[in-house]
Design a protein around this ligand. Structure first.
Ligand code: ADP
Ligand code: MG
Ligand code: MG
Length: 876
């Protein structure tokens, strides 16, 4: 039997989302449970895929099937397409598997032409309604199918209203609307060069095609990327007989939620507009009435609607978002779906539903979108002030939270101003590692260049600091400490507010309020922790971040980078001396200065983690990141080292690398300068011994992680240095403390030879940032330059640095786990790349059998929830 591409609403059900889309499946479900739904049929998502496969054509077979269903619908409704007695009018609506509100297009009142309008006008005795339908249809069809552009029609409406001396659409008479329809058609002809189509079948195929085509429109593509919806899914099309909310004052159209989507309060929430159709409610043409008022004006329809709400919630066990129309006092349901909600509302609703006995705890955990949680952990703008403050620009929402402060242009200024007690927003062309201190001191960071994985974005997310990146509209003049945006020049000290959750930039100061995490948050996380198998650690370099992450439920540190500690003003001279040393003795002398500092850093982190595991990674970045670039600093270093400026410059020049990402870094540093590894080992072990002595109740097992290993012998070499140093200290201390030595798996060769490397390693930690770079062969800092083109051409759908590429990089991870465990069954496995906080990646790591994921502090709750969801899904 050939494939079925069309289903009557009465043939489908809620479980058929993949085929019928969310809207279609729910229209079918509502039909099945006996709710008043104008009947119709759904053309499947497979027909959409087929349309694209056929080169954007609806093939003859599918066209014939659609026409067969029009005939069936005519039978059901007793109306006929294009009929002059009792004409059938339909809406043509998109509907993907996952809801994409407003992203794709809808056409109403399809089936009208001049003759049919006349019939409707006469038969109904309501010519105003008939002509209102017709002008709306021409408008929507022209816009959606022929892409004429809404604005031309809106101008014509405005002119008509002005000519008639009225302000509202509803005040236009039947004759006015008839005249408008004529003007619309003339406009259509002048833009398209052909007459407006009169044949309902032609109209229908045009509309269906337009919906298929809208799957690929730019805003839908962006929405899908933001929401993890694959392009391959396609959209279904719903063809539904019309219910009319525009027939007069006992008609109207509304949207409503069964509970408040902003707060979660259990109270009907929504709006209703009399004598209106379709999007009039949300379009702001007239002010709609709150849904509560509907009970007075439409008591019967409202009573019926309340009943429907109860039935739907009981049926779906979730808060519903509904669209409906009242035609001559009678209610018609046009849509229902699980309503979108704020993160706070999501938590409240989940808890309430559990308390009401509608769902169990597992379902509560499964229904919350982990990605939204971190906004709850950051400060937010005061909603009232926010409404009144003009938006002057928008860019990438790189790191969530709200920030308000005075503009400064350099990291030093940010630090200096903050030390004086000023709140600042750091505005830079882009940031670099030297800016870290300033970024920490600022309330938020705004950059002109850089994408979601730029330095500023990654570092800010790590710190849990608000960041808006890549605002190309800013005309930056760093030298004169000013920039221009939206026609206004901002100087140092001017107030600016930025929202890292939306990417919006505001002129002036908007006070922030600390996010209040009600008891529901903790309750849901507590449930999540019962179900997950993956442990969740954090990436933290400072005691402050470590403590923060503990509050969010981190169960250890999966990645403590040691290099950030070297950038502090009191340490950088020593590391520079180390780099510019000629002899091992000189180098050791410089390292001896750093050692106690590192040791006390580690002690601080161990204290903050209260005996939980901490993985410390040895020095990783190429040394040139530490050397001075400013003339004055170079002179200082020269003096410090007793060398000439020329000599220092020669050393710096010698450190230049053509491709630093693949240069002299990671364990290659320890192989060339084993004394660095020895120093870091002493600092780690001594810190652990001290903390152990102070806290006998903890069991300290330091974990030392060697980065960028690609060959077992290089790991063996560095490990030997570590073990000899560590054992000597432990022995001398008369202790029997255990410690682990492991490696990051971040070079494809390490994954490919994981069986050998596992012989030398107590643990693997997948550094999926570098592993992704090296596997794809492009650097994440440069990927921004071409990824957009790749998205446009559907070569990649997601940023592989944000969401793990499961087919390629994931295969390496999976393979390395299996091979590693085969040679070393005790091997402990984790991941410490950015992916550790991405829900779909976490699900993959769960399936792959890792022991833990590690992510930045503010993503810890996301990972906890995602890990629980993965485990729950797995059970099924
Ligand atoms: P979106 O997915 O953007 O919400 P819809 O397909 O839901 O688009 O259509 C938008 C609006 O059009 C609906 O909310 C409803 O008011 C109106 N509409 C759609 N189909 C019909 C219909 N058969 N009868 C009356 N109104 C309809
Ligand atoms: Mg809708
Ligand atoms: Mg790395």
């Amino acid at each position: 039997m050939s494939k079925k591409y069309v289903y009557l609403f009465s043939e489908g059900n809620a479980n058929m989302r993949e085929l019928l889309g969310g809207k279609g499946a729910n229209l079918a479900e509502m039909t099945n449970i006996g709710l008043p739904v104008p009947q119709g049929f759904t053309i499947t998502t497979e027909a959409c895929t087929q349309y694209y496969e056929d080169g954007q054509k609806i093939n003859d077979g599918i066209q014939a099937e659609i026409m067969e269903y029009i005939t069936k619908l005519e039978g059901i409704t007793g109306k006929k397409f294009g009929d002059l007695e009792n004409p059938l009018l339909v809406s043509v609506r998109s509907g993907a598997r996952a809801s994409m509100p407003g992203m794709m297009d809808t056409i109403l009142n399809l089936g009208l032409n001049e003759d049919v309008v006349d019939v409707l006008a006469k038969k109904s005795g309501n010519p105003r309604w008939a002509w209102d339908c017709y002008r709306r249809f021409i408008q929507m069809y022209s816009d959606v199918v022929m892409e004429v552009g809404k604005k031309y029609f809106e101008q014509l409406i405005d002119q008509m209203k002005e000519a008639r001396g009225v302000t509202q659409d509803v005040e236009l008479t039947a004759d006015d609307l008839k005249e408008l329809a004529g003007q619309f058609k003339a406009e259509y002809k002048s833009k398209i060069g052909a007459d407006f189509p009169t044949d309902p079948k032609e109209q229908l195929m045009g509309a269906i095609k337009a919906v298929f085509r809208s799957w690929d429109n730019p805003r839908a593509n962006v929405y899908r990327r933001d929401n993890d919806i694959p392009y391959s899914w396609g959209t279904a099309v719903n063809v539904q007989s019309m219910a009319f909310g525009n027939m007069g004052d006992d008609c109207g159209t509304g949207v409503a939620f069964t509970r408040n989507p902003a707060t979660g309060e259990k109270k009907l929430f929504g709006e209703f507009l009399t004598n209106a159709q379709g999007e009039d409610v949300v379009a702001g043409i007239r002010t709609p009435m709150p849904i509560s008022e509907m009970s007075e004006k439409f008591p019967e329809a409202f009573a019926q609607f309340e009943k429907v709400c109860k039935i739907l919630e009981d049926h779906y066990h979730d808060m519903q978002d509904m669209e409906f129309t009242v035609e001559n006092g009678k209610l018609y349901m046009l849509q229902t779906r699980n309503g979108k909600r704020t993160p706070a509302a999501a938590l409240k609703i989940a808890c309430d539903l559990v308390d009401e006995g509608m769902i169990d705890e597992k379902q509560a955990v499964a229904m919350i979108d982990p990605r939204t949680l971190d906004t709850l952990l950051h400060p937010q703008f005061d909603g009232e002030v926010l409404k009144k403050t003009p938006v002057i620009g928008s860019a990438l929402a790189a790191s969530p939270g709200a920030a308000c402060g005075k503009v400064v242009f350099s990291a030093e200024d940010a630090k200096a101003w903050a030390e004086r007690g000023e709140k600042v927003v750091l505005v830079r062309l882009e940031t670099s590692p030297e800016d870290i201190e300033g970024m920490k001191a600022a309330q938020g960071i705004l950059t002109v260049r850089g994408g979601m994985t730029s330095h500023a974005a990654v570092v800010a997310r790590g710190m849990g600091k608000c960041c808006v990146s890549g605002c190309g509209a800013i005309k930056m003049d760093e030298e004169n400490k000013q920039f221009e945006l939206s026609g206004k020049t901002f100087h140092e000290g001017d107030w600016l507010s930025i929202d890292g959750s939306t990417g919006k930039i505001y002129d002036g100061a908007i006070p922030t309020v600390d996010a209040s995490i009600g008891g529901e948050f903790g309750r849901v996380m507590g449930w999540a922790d019962q179900y997950r198998r993956l442990k969740v650690r954090t990436n933290a370099d400072t005691p402050h971040d470590a403590a923060q992450a503990r509050k969010f439920g981190a169960e250890g540190i999966g990645l403590c980078r040691t290099e950030h500690m070297f950038f502090d003003a009191d340490r950088i001279p020593a590391i520079r001396r180390m780099i510019c040393s000629d002899t091992v003795e000189q180098r050791e002398a410089a390292l001896a200065v750093l050692e106690p500092m590192q040791q006390s850093d580690f002690e601080g982190i161990y204290e903050a983690m209260e005996g939980l595991p901490v993985t410390i990674r040895f020095l990783d970045p190429p040394l040139h990141e530490f050397v001075p670039t400013e003339e004055a600093d170079i002179e200082l270093l020269a003096k410090d080292m007793g060398k000439s400026v020329a000599e220092i410059k020669a050393i710096i020049a010698g450190l230049h690398e053509f491709n630093p990402m693949m240069g002299h870094r990671g364990c290659r540093l320890a192989v060339t300068y084993p004394e660095i590894a020895a120093m870091q080992t002493r600092a780690v072990i001594k810190a652990a011994l001290n903390v152990q002595a102070k806290h006998p109740e903890w069991t300290m097992v330091p974990e030392i992680m060697i980065p960028l290993v690609g060959e077992v012998k290089e790991l063996a070499y560095v490990k030997k240095v570590v073990v000899e140093t560590a054992d000597a200290i432990i022995k001398e201390a008369g202790s029997n403390m255990k410690y682990l030595v492991g490696t990051m798996i971040e070079i494809p060769r390490a994954a490919l030879t994981a069986d050998e490397i596992a012989k030398q390693a107590d643990f693997f930690s997948f550094g999926t940032n570098d592993l992704t770079q090296m596997t794809f062969g492009f650097s994440r800092d440069d990927a921004g330059k071409f990824l957009d083109a790749y998205y446009d051409k559907k070569i990649y759908e997601n940023d592989p640095f944000a969401k793990l590429d499961q087919t390629g990089v994931g295969k390496l991870v999976d393979m390395a786990c299996k091979m590693g465990r085969a040679t070393n069954p005790e091997l402990h496995l984790g991941v410490c790349g950015e992916h550790g906080g991405d829900p779909s990646s976490v699900e993959f790591f769960h399936r792959t059998g890792l022991d833990y994921v590690s992510c930045s502090p503010f993503r810890v709750p996301i990972a906890r929830l995602a890990a629980a969801q993965a485990a729950i899904k797995d059970e099924k």
